[in-house]
Design a protein. Structure first.
Length: 145
């Protein structure tokens, strides 16, 4: 899942909503979407990835299919008027699963990055003097207490 593409789709959806004339301004749109103007502006600029629960408000208010936001399938962009609530909720659940998987993958990537940094630090010629010795000293002091 490419979060930059998702942020761009969300920004485009919001900009189109503002340009449509259906909303007077950002204040009205933010109220309809149950968010603040500050958050709305961040979503419009693509600087923030929204919380998954907020995406429900976006999809419901603007009649956007959750699958389109995540996967970009143009044929599923707009929810038909007769779209069942069950289908939308099913798509929303799938979207949340994708977001959770993305976050899990990101956590694993960061853990791997931390492990690599630890390895590179431990092989540094300065490791003993800068890291290991002070830790040994602190451990000795803690054992004395």
């Amino acid at each position: 899942m490419e979060t930059n593409l998702i942020k761009k789709r969300i920004a485009d959806i919001l900009q189109n909503a503002l340009n449509s004339g259906d909303y007077k301004n950002k204040t009205e749109l933010s109220e309809k979407l149950n968010t603040t103007i500050t958050s709305l502006t961040k979503y419009l600029n693509g600087t923030t990835f929204p919380q998954s629960d907020w995406l429900y408000y976006l999809c419901k208010e603007l009649k956007i299919a959750p699958n389109w936001i995540i996967f970009g399938d143009e044929e599923e962009k707009k929810l038909p008027e007769e779209e069942s609530k069950e289908k939308m909720m099913s798509q929303f659940i799938e979207m949340q699963k994708s977001l959770i998987q993305y976050k899990d993958d990101e956590i694993e990537r960061l853990k791997s990055e931390i492990d690599n940094l630890k390895k590179s630090i431990s092989t540094s010629p300065y490791y003993e003097r800068i890291v290991a010795e002070p830790i040994k000293q602190l451990t000795k002091e803690d054992n004395k207490k």
